[in-house]
Design a protein around this ligand. Structure first.
Ligand code: BGC
Length: 482
């Protein structure tokens, strides 16, 4: 278990070093045609982007009307906005990304937040084991964090904890809900239909850990809150990381299915947009996406997420490379033992390959030869690999743009100054992801959108946001159950 302080400076992200497929010296006409076919299949044209946006907006409307729709449009029970003046200390547990994190969040007022956090790796076996063991592990991590940071609780007092549980949970209160389905490689048994808060509270109680789960929050909702703490014009929180999803501020009068009581007139809605187009009517799915989907732990689910998120992009790329190898159009038809294994082509490699500016594609060579153990590669091999990576990466960014454009048009937020806070490794590290999204938004709305809408990195939004949510839960205890 390692304790990692949150980096306060943002690591500058490399720009994409685009390689024009027209400049590749192909080894054969067949190879050239194969690349051209991939370009055609993976390009999201402006027309397609707009059609996806329209379909997405229809999905939003349906989800706001009733439960059980493809876009779940979950009422988060988080009402009220933050203005950066709030002060206090909260504990947050963040589960749903690559690591589990325990974070202590200190709101100092004036939009200033300080945090201390410890990351814990969740064993792959725990993700697909029984739910009790998984929740016991979460309680152990919180316990050890309290020890490590010497957080002492006196008498019968309890620490209030915001629980970021980044899976589709149908909420029935700020601290209650039921899991709809697992995503992102988690599949612990006996959990669907259960309340993650109750399971976590039971695990704390079993260990006599003096913690009360005060708020249940999706990472997108947390990100929105965290970004809003110093950007009051924030209207949306987005995750582009291991998984993907978005939350935005909606007028309660538009949430037709809302039956709860509140005096507020707006609420954050967790869209669960990774599930978009379950019906497979609009997304340009390829055989490489289908192959990856079939082999995932949740086939047929989260199709949109699987075309966008960091957990999957490397595997789609690997499937394309294998296909080219099998057709003897790459690496002279030879595959390395490493590339032959599922999930070995990490999305992080794609970031490095995208940023590779060198004429010999030196970085790409390092990944293929040193990391993926190809004995040797030619410049042509590396150029083909880079082209494939660029196609998969750019498609992901443009599909994200279609979703954001849907929300911006639905809310009308593109017409005035608004901010979108985005957390996640893909947005933080993948070259030109932000530029590609902005270009996509401009295709839909025209130049004006660049002046009005800003995309910003909400670093660690999901952890900080859970602390903020615990605060809002205390502030708005008037929000009643449905
Ligand atoms: C989950 C969402 C979450 C997103 C990003 C998806 O798999 O269903 O709840 O917000 O990942 O972490």
């Amino acid at each position: 278990m390692s304790s990692t302080p949150i980096a306060s400076k943002i690591i500058p992200k490399a720009a994409r070093a685009h390689l024009d497929p027209a400049n590749i010296e192909y080894t054969s006409e067949k190879q050239k045609n194969a690349v051209a076919a991939l370009v055609e299949e993976f390009t999201v044209t402006p027309e397609l982007l707009k059609s996806i946006q329209k379909n997405f907006m229809e999905g939003m409307k349906k989800g706001l009307k009733k439960d059980g729709e493809t876009l779940a449009m979950i009422s988060s029970y988080v009402v009220g906005r933050l203005d950066g003046t709030e002060v206090g200390s909260y504990l947050a547990l963040d589960v749903g990304g690559t690591n589990l994190r325990v974070v202590s969040v200190h709101l100092n007022g004036g939009g200033e937040i300080t945090t201390r956090q410890t990351k814990y790796r969740i064993d792959e076996k725990l993700k697909v084991g029984d739910a009790k063991s998984l929740f016991d592990f979460m309680a152990v991590c919180v316990d050890s964090f309290l020890d490590e940071h010497q957080i002492v609780v006196r008498g019968d007092a309890q620490i209030e904890l915001g629980f970021t549980f980044s899976f589709p949970v149908l909420q029935t209160a700020i601290n209650r809900g039921t899991l709809i389905t697992w995503t992102k490689g988690f599949n612990a048994s006996g959990m669907v239909g259960k309340d993650p808060v109750a399971l976590l509270q039971d695990a704390f109680n079993r260990r006599h850990t003096p913690v009360r789960v005060a708020a249940l929050v999706n990472d997108t909702v947390g990100t929105l809150l965290a970004y809003a703490y110093n950007h009051p014009e924030t209207i949306m929180g987005v995750i582009l990381g291991t998984g993907c999803n978005g939350a935005y501020i909606e007028k309660i009068s538009n949430i037709e299915k809302w039956k709860g009581k509140t005096t507020a007139d707006e609420m954050i809605v967790n869209m669960e947009f990774g599930a978009f187009d379950k019906e497979r009517v609009i997304l340009p799915l390829t055989m490489f996406d289908n192959k990856m989907d079939r082999k995932s732990v949740n086939p047929n689910k989260q199709i949109f997420e699987k075309m966008i998120a960091g957990m999957y992009l490397g595997e789609i790329t690997r499937n394309i490379l294998l296909n080219l190898i099998d057709r003897r159009l790459l690496f002279e038809g030879n595959v390395s033992a490493d590339l032959n294994q599922m999930w070995t082509f990490e999305t992080a490699y794609m970031s490095s390959i995208e940023a590779d500016h060198s004429p010999t594609l030196h970085e790409t060579r390092k990944i293929l030869e040193s990391t993926l153990s190809f004995p040797s590669t030619t410049l042509n091999d590396r150029q083909i690999v880079k082209t494939v990576v660029e196609l998969v990466g750019k498609r992901a960014a443009r599909l994200s743009a279609a979703a954001l454009a849907g929300i911006l048009e639905h809310t009308g937020a593109w017409k005035h100054k608004s901010a979108i806070g985005i957390d996640g490794s893909l947005f933080e590290y993948y070259p030109s992801f932000d530029t590609d999204i902005m270009d996509g938004l401009e295709e839909v709305f025209g130049e004006e959108v660049r002046k009005n809408v800003s995309l910003g990195l909400a670093q660690d939004g999901s952890g900080v946001g859970a602390g903020l949510c615990a605060l809002l839960a205390a502030k708005n205890s008037a929000t009643k159950d449905a």
